[in-house]
Design a protein around this ligand. Structure first.
Ligand SMILES: [Zn+2]
Length: 89
């Protein structure tokens, strides 16, 4: 018996980060996982600057949580995947 509706906030496929390990709560990959990256790009389409700000805050929090991880690899993981060339003339 399902009504076909998903309830916001309790979706199993939300792909939200688990802290302090920063793995994906849905698929277990390192967050942001491939699915989450695709969703973030869609969610922040046309507002890439806000996405950078959001990921930057996640990176800052993850850097606190994952002190053993090299900072450069965390930057790659959180921000390095963003497509370049957001500036249009
Ligand atoms: Zn995921």
């Amino acid at each position: 018996m399902t009504d076909g509706l998903e309830r916001p906030g309790v979706r199993a496929d939300e792909h939200a980060p688990k802290t302090p390990c920063w793995s994906c709560g849905s698929c277990g990959d390192e967050w942001p996982c491939a699915t989450k990256r695709t969703r973030l790009l869609a969610e922040y389409e046309g507002d890439r600057a806000m996405l950078s700000v959001y990921l930057g805050s996640c990176l800052a929090a993850a850097t606190e949580d994952l002190r053993a991880a090299p900072v450069m690899s965390l930057q790659d993981r959180f921000i390095g995947w963003l497509p370049r060339g957001s500036r249009r003339s």
